[in-house]
Design a binder for this molecule. Structure first.
Ligand code: GLV
Ligand code: MG
Length: 312
């Protein structure tokens, strides 16, 4: 099965135990919603929440939103039950499973193998259930290259700053920012390593949750910085963050129009036997064409900028 490519500008978290929140989440306009069986769900609620999640995945109107769950980690007693019960009850209504606290490729293989057995038993399309994994353990970051290639179900790596800061022993506040005036960005190394591993494996990188939802400007800045690094989206822990992420991770009409002009200028140069040309007083060569192609592909994926003739 060809790897589906789906928008992931915003990935909205909703506790799977709180069914009164499901309808709002489904209509929030997020590219992906995940019903969380892990840390947002009290341990005593986790088993009962599986059925609630499956019912919501099947019965609510999700529109264009990708329907996902976050299972419990493979080293917990809930992991196999999460997979078996939710896949059996939700069937094709479940599109993506987020696997938390992945430490090595073996964790992804375990999920992949169990899913393959379930798909066969239930008569579901082979490899129809897709995966995203959280890189939020120091061991996971050490092994991120092999994790990113561990399964052809994998579509994205997510940087999980919350657990990662705990795993690293970092001294941070509740928004995972350093408690002292740290020179530079405490998370630059981890974020870079995750996006490089994801891109080199041909999958997406998604940025971390931002718990302080009462500071939308700071959330927007965090989105912009992640987008600058190559992340295609960010978690939203509150519906109010969804629109901000959707805007921040989409190319602007001016960027799309500029990308089109770069492609046109390069093609014209190419037709004339040249590998480089000039646009607005700047050099345009094959590297610029790659940038432009990425912008155009994102615009196509999001269905935006079709007929825009704007110039930057
Ligand atoms: C997400 O799960 C995180 O720990 O940041
Ligand atoms: Mg976590």
């Amino acid at each position: 099965m060809a790897r589906p490519v789906r928008p992931r500008r915003s990935e909205l978290a909703t506790p799977a135990s709180n069914d009164h929140m499901f309808a709002k989440a489904a209509g929030a306009g997020a590219d992906l919603v995940f019903l969380d069986l892990e840390d947002a769900c009290a341990p005593a609620e986790r088993e009962a929440a599986r059925g609630k999640a499956a019912r919501a995945l099947r019965e609510l109107d999700w529109g264009r939103t990708t329907r996902a769950i976050r299972m419990n980690g493979v080293d917990t007693r809930w992991a196999h039950g999460d997979l078996i019960e939710v896949v059996t009850a939700a069937r094709e209504a479940l599109q993506v499973i987020i696997v938390p606290k992945v430490r090595g490729a073996r964790d992804v293989w375990w999920v992949d193998v169990l899913l393959t057995q379930l798909e066969e038993t239930l008569g579901l399309p082979r490899k129809g259930v897709r995966l995203e994994v959280l890189i939020e353990e120091t061991e996971g970051l050490e092994n991120v290259g092999e994790i990113a290639r561990a399964s052809d179900r994998l579509e994205a790596l997510i940087f999980g700053a919350g657990d990662f800061s705990a795993s690293q022993g970092a001294r941070v506040d509740t928004n995972f920012d350093p408690v002292v005036d740290y020179p530079g960005d405490l998370w630059h190394y981890a974020r870079s390593r995750v996006v490089v591993a994801a891109r080199s494996a041909g999958i997406d990188a998604i940025d971390a949750p931002f718990p302080n939802y009462l500071t939308p400007d700071a959330y927007r800045t965090a989105c912009d910085r992640a987008a600058a690094m190559g992340y295609v989206g960010k978690w939203a822990i509150h519906p109010s963050q969804v629109e901000i992420a959707n805007t921040a991770f989409a190319p602007t009409p001016a960027e799309i129009a500029h990308a089109r002009r770069v492609v046109a200028a390069y093609r014209e140069a190419e037709a004339g036997g040249r590998g480089a040309t000039r646009l607005d007083g700047m050099l345009v060569d094959a590297a610029h064409l790659r940038h432009a192609a990425t912008v155009a592909a994102t615009a196509d994926l999001l269905g935006i900028g079709e007929n825009s003739e704007e110039t930057p």
